[in-house]
Design a protein around this ligand. Sequence first.
Ligand code: BJ8
Length: 425
Amino acid sequence: VAEHKKLLSDIGVDVDRHAQMMSMGLESYEAQFKSQNNRPKGMEYFDWFMSEIQGQRIAEINKLRAEKKPAVGTFCIFVPEEIIVGAGGACFGLCGGSPATIADAETELPRNICPLIKSAHGFKLQKTCAYTQSSDFIYGETTCEAKKKTWEILNKHHPVHVMNIPHMKREKDLKMWQEEIVEFKEHIEEVAGKKLSLDEMIEGTKIINEKRKAMQRLDSLRGMNPDVIPISGKDALFINQMGFLDDPRRYTQKVNELCDELEKRIDENNSVFEKDTPRLMVLGTPIAPPNWKLHTAVEGSGGAIINEESCIGHRYYKDNVDLDSVETEEDLMKQLMQRYSAVDCACFTPNTPRIDKILKMYEDRKADGVIYYTLSFCHTYNVESHLVTEALEAAGIPCLVIESDYSPEDAGQIKTRVEAFLESI
Ligand code: BJ8
């Protein structure tokens, strides 16, 4: 413990404040997760990971840094993590799901922007996220206005590398995107102090492909069988959240082990929910830990969440990089661009493939309804909800729209609305 405290202090963490934050987080996890019935045994690993979330994993990342391997923190799924992993480094999501840092952030940022950005910025100002403190640089992107402008301020406190993500997907936009990926690779080479070989990058890509495959497997086991739901939505969400922090090889192995268990549960008809529990999909903005408010409300009101069409969810793992035709570095950069440009974030115009995908996902999963969830002041997802709900209505799909921030105050109101929705379907 003393050694770990020293590491935290060496990387600039405010150790006392961090300890308070961690004990609040662990208490909340204990109350919301451990109390669930009939959890798969494979959740033991993820419970352990939670207990070490700012412990062993932070030590592992800093060991890599000592070997001059890049450590990159991110808030967005456009980061080409294959390149970082190919360089032997670590790519991880940064803390940005807690209300406890927002007041500090508001000393530098306006109040009326999305809570994810404020929470993340506040973690840097407070120095209470050991991941942020462990990163060589933060990956920023130009997806929404609030993020784009926050990078300029965050850069005063921590190095930020901004990648220009276009807002349309025309030929000329995709060409620019590919150039941005090349530039990102050069930045990683600068941090690593060496050139990256094609083989190294292919190896990194294979590791991340395997990780995404394991997440796709989990997605299909939890949501595609109408008779048995072998894991709660809350546990599955947590596994997806941890995918942004854990070592990708170990994570892949643990998710696959859990999936083996879920397959057996399905064979044995062992569901964590009672028969005829309404099966809901969640659409929308990222759900960063410890923001478990929606899942707790739904699953505490007699519903089951079987999928998140979210960046912490399906949008992150739905596509792999096609390596079949890759012979040169340029081929790989093109495949990376193609894979990342298939991400259907609401920052794009038009974004119709997202609507087609949602309708198909709903049909494949034989779901009973959807919740369109957006963070307050996320204009892209909020505005896009109009076209999405219109398409859902035309298809006769019940939908509840929820806009919320990180404060606990609306938890009761959300639960009441969810209960009424569940009764209506
Ligand atoms: S790919 S959704 S992770 S940008 S920060 S857009 S919630 S106002 S996080 Fe996002 Fe990448 Fe898109 Fe996904 Fe809205 Fe907030 Fe902006 Fe946000």
